[in-house]
Design a protein around this ligand. Structure first.
Ligand code: CA2
Length: 156
């Protein structure tokens, strides 16, 4: 199977990530979400795979995007933002779809407040990348394509 036959990689972003590039640059870096999207599109282009990039501030909308990714995509890269630490709904959604999922964080949540040390999403993620800023998204896409490709080979 040719890698370009893969269904798109879905890159999903949770609440407040639309504010990137403004406040707290010492924690989240200086890239805007538009800059992160450009990096993701460029990474996908070099890997010869299509990419869908979405951000929402609403938990239910993120659940629906995960369902859509399960139906229309080959893998998910997700920064669930604060819902990482609270959302059993996101955990169940990821468990409910047949798409390998990579969790990405710009910062290193385990090295911050104690409430950020818990990730419900990690219970369902195939892997996680944190602390590398926007570059973590590029690594997350590479990992997602690797897993999707391995799975496609396994199924043929
Ligand atoms: O490090 C990450 O990527 C986080 O997922 C970002 C979340 C945070 O709740 C997680 O613990 C770790 C916060 C996203 C909000 O981003 C902002 C960016 C600029 C200004 C305000 C918020």
């Amino acid at each position: 199977m040719n890698i370009s036959d893969l269904k798109p990689i879905f890159v999903l972003n949770g609440p407040n990530l639309n504010l990137l590039g403004g406040r707290e640059p010492e924690i989240y870096g200086t890239s805007t979400l538009a800059g992160v999207k450009s990096l993701c599109l460029e990474t996908a282009r070099t890997l010869d795979v299509d990419l869908v990039f979405e951000q929402t501030n609403h938990e239910g909308a993120l659940v629906e995007l995960i369902h859509r990714a399960g139906a229309e995509g080959s893998a998910i890269v997700i920064n669930p933002a604060a819902y990482t630490h609270t959302s059993i709904a996101l955990l169940d959604a990821i468990k409910g779809v047949d798409a390998p999922t990579i969790e990405v964080h710009l910062s290193r949540p385990v090295a911050r407040e104690t409430f950020r040390a818990i990730s419900y999403v990690s219970l369902a993620a195939a892997g996680a990348i944190s602390g590398l800023g926007a570059y973590g998204y590029a690594l997350g896409i590479q990992a997602a394509v690797h897993l999707a490709k391995a799975r496609a080979k396994f199924k043929t």
